[in-house]
Design a protein around this ligand. Sequence first.
Ligand code: NCD
Length: 322
Amino acid sequence: MEVAETLPEPINGDFTDKSIVSITQFDRDSVEQLFDEADAMVEMVADQGRDDLLADKMVANLFYQPSTRTFASFEAAAKRLGAGTIATQGVEYSSISKDETDEDTALTIERYVDTIVLRHPEQGSVAKAASVTEIPIINAGDGIGEHPTQALLDLYTIEEELGAAENLTVTMVGDLKYGRTVHSLARLLGLYNVRLNYVAPPELAMPETITNEISSSNIEQHSTANLHEVISESDVVYMTRIQKEHFSSLEEYERYKGAYVVDLDTMKHAKQEMILMHPLPRVDEIHPGVDDDPRAVYFDQVENGMYIRMSLLALVNGYSIS
Ligand code: NCD
C-alpha cells in the first residue's frame, strides 16, 4: 500500500474532529493541552472511576494486529467516559480478509460510530483511511510506521517522573528499525531540549529519514551498538523488543534476540534518578528481577496510556473536563 499523500493536519491547539495519524501533527502547546486533560482524567478516575462525558458517542476499536495494552486501554478509556464500543481483534474477523479495501472498511464503520481507533499491519494505512472519512481516526500503530499515542504516554510518563523534558539524555535501545514506538517517540522528543542515544546493532539502526528529520531541530543524536557505553549518562533508558514478525527467518531473528538485556547488574551502572521504560510486551530485554527497582516505570506507562487515550477520545470529540 502506498503511503497516503495528504499530510495529516497539524493539531495547533484544536483537536476537535481531527484524526491522530502521526506525532508530527503535534507542537509543544498541543502536547501540553493534552497533558492538562490527562491530569484531569487522572483526578476524575481517582475520585469517581468514570464519567458520562462521551455517553452520546461510540468508538470502534479495530485491531488488525496483536495487541494487549493498546486495545484494552482504548476500550477502558472509551468505557470510563461512558462511550459505547465496537471491538474487532484479528483481521480474520474483518471483511479485509475477503479483500475489502481499507477505505471501504473505514467508510462503513464511520456510519456506526463517532471515532475509529485503528491498528493495522501496513505503514500508511491509517493515513489512507483517515483521508476518506469524515470522523476522526486514531492511529494505534501502523506497521513499522508510527505509534503516536504510545509516544504521548511515554512523554507524559517522562514528565511525571523527571519533570520537564529539558536537558535529558534519552537512550533508545533494541530494534530501532522496525519498532514503531521509537519512531514516534524520537520525533516527539525532537520538539524538546534533549539528547538522543540510539543503541542498536547497525542492521537495526534508527531509519535515516527519522534522524534527518530530527537533525533539522538541532537535537544531538548519537548512535552506538554498546549499551554500556551510554547507560551511566542516561536519564531515560527506553528498551524495546526485537520485532520478530519483521524478520524473514527465525535464524535472522535469533541473531539479534537477546542483544540487549537489562538485569540487576546493568541497573548498578545507571544513575540513581534515571527511569527504565519499555512499551511492552517484553521478551527478554528486562529481567523480571528489575521490576521492583523504583526506577522501573513500565507498568506506570501502561496506566498512563489509559489517561492519555481518554484525553484524546474526549478532545477529538470536542469535549474536555479540564
Ligand atoms: C508496541 C507495538 O505494538 O508497537 N506495543 C505497544 O503498543 N505497547 C511494541 C511492540 O510490539 O514491541
